[in-house]
Design a protein around this ligand. Structure first.
Ligand code: SF4
Length: 458
């Protein structure tokens, strides 16, 4: 599923063939489209389109180009439009110092007023900013982002603007410009933005992506942007569609996020198994503290699945697509050793590689003697050492069992006897001595080291 978070379907370019445009969007996997108002007429037209088409939602507001003609009566009507159940945001609002179609002072005043309106109506904002980075971010910062959040549409700013927006909790929205040959600087910025904070948009009829640049843009063309973003982020197109659609749903609420936790879920070319939400650590940086989702999958399960339930769920996956199956999820897999063994046997029967991502407390959990049982069943294990000292480990991982750090190291050492590939991971957090982690992993424990970003999960 793809969600086009910014389209101008009311414009004359779509008057002759909107039904065909929507049919092509459906065929391309575009499930929802938000059509955007820029003045009172287009906001009304957007509402009418949303009323006529199940897949269309709308966002009324005054574009900075058009604020010069916005009246008090128009504002009163925008308030009424925002009460429509299919009105999902206020916008597009903001500043455009490139064209200056409205005086800058008026642009700033109307931007502040619409920010206030969004707060009163509890709606997120869709922000247009062109050659006005500093003023845009200053106004949002001083007025305060509405609790419902917001996005910088068709993001074209630099790394500083991206950082400020992310710091405020905003999303960035990308479209056809990401595919342009001369957009290297934009791609460099977007590469650093977590995909959990990105949205897709066409801004159609404008900004058609390569190879259709120069043509009328339309929602079905988002498939090209999905490809470009997947390549940039090292993800599959399916990952990009799933994650950005969840992001859009969380911000605009046009469809609820998936409510049931998943026990089998794909990311890139790996199939992951979520067998428990329990853990023997309580890491301060654990993703479970802030969200139920990893790469667009809901991992908060109500009940722990049986081995049979996991195997049944795996049956529905196309194993030829996956390089490996990984016990991971939202907890410590070694809390369920019997399930690991039974499910791993099934996976090995299909000739697929098996990996376990673990906090390394397996000896404390299962006793000293279980490791030989994994021989031939598990091909790889990835152990979160995270820090080079016990003091740092205790401070940030907050283990619930005594001696966890030294037991983890012992587990790594012994695992190398029974598991072909043993990797230790270290956290690339400010102040962490990665070279010391490498020495521990390679010289002390006989494993290899992989460095992980602490804010990148999955
Ligand atoms: S070990 Fe992993 S699952 Fe457990 S608390 Fe730490 S980050 Fe979360």
């Amino acid at each position: 599923m793809i969600i086009d978070t910014h389209a101008h379907l009311d414009m004359e370019q779509f008057r002759g063939d909107l039904q065909d445009v929507l049919a092509r969007a459906r065929d391309a996997g575009v499930r929802y489209i938000i059509t955007i108002g820029s003045d009172i007429e287009s906001s009304r037209a957007a509402r009418d389109l949303a009323a006529a088409h199940e897949e269309i939602f709308f966002s009324p507001g005054f574009h900075p180009h058009d604020v010069k003609s916005a009246t008090e009566a128009d504002y009163a009507e925008i308030v009424e439009l925002l009460k429509d159940p299919k009105a999902v945001a206020v916008g597009e609002i903001g500043l455009d110092y490139h064209y200056d179609h409205s005086p800058r002072e008026a642009q700033r005043e109307h931007f502040k007023r619409q920010l206030e309106l969004a707060r009163e109506m509890n709606k997120p904002i869709i922000v247009h900013s062109r050659e006005a980075e500093a003023d845009t971010m200053d106004i949002i910062a001083s007025a305060g982002l509405p609790e419902a959040g917001g996005t910088l549409h068709c993001f074209s700013g630099g790394p500083e603007m991206a950082l400020k927006a992310l710091g405020m909790g905003m999303y960035l929205s990308v479209g056809g410009t990401l595919t342009f040959n001369n957009s290297g600087a934009l791609r460099d910025v977007i590469k650093t933005v977590p995909i959990e904070r990105l949205l897709l948009e066409t801004d159609c009829p404008y900004l058609a992506p390569k190879p259709l640049r120069g043509k009328r843009n339309e929602p079905s063309f988002l498939a090209y942007v999905v490809e470009a973003l997947a390549e940039l982020k090292g993800l599959s197109p399916e990952d990009v569609m799933r994650i950005t659609s969840l992001n859009a749903s969380l911000l605009f609420g046009m469809c609820g996020p998936p409510s049931d936790g998943e026990i089998v879920y794909p990311i890139r070319d790996s199939l992951y198994l979520n067998i428990t939400n329990r853990c023997t650590n309580a890491c301060v940086f654990c993703v479970r503290n802030s969200t139920d989702f990893v790469k667009g999958h809901n991992l908060r399960i109500k009940n722990e699945p049986t081995a049979h339930e996991i195997i049944s769920a795996m049956e529905r996956a196309d194993f030829t697509r996956y390089r490996e199956v990984v016990f991971c999820g939202y907890g410590e897999p070694f809390l369920r050793l019997d399930v690991i063994k039974e499910v791993a046997r099934e996976i090995k029967n299909r000739g697929v590689k098996v990996r376990i991502n673990t906090n390394g407390h397996a000896l404390l959990i299962n006793g000293e003697r279980f490791l030989p049982e994994l021989k031939g069943l598990i091909d790889a294990v990835s152990v979160s050492l995270n820090f080079p000292t016990e003091a740092e480990y205790k401070k940030y991982c907050r283990p619930q069992r005594k001696g966890a750090y030294n037991s983890l190291k012992e587990f790594v050492k012994r695992a190398t006897e029974y598991i072909p590939e043993v990797t230790v991971t270290a956290l690339a957090m400010p102040g962490v001595d990665i070279e010391e982690c490498r020495r521990i992993a390679e010289d002390e424990l006989g494993a290899s080291l992989r460095v992980r970003n602490y804010d990148e999960v999955g």
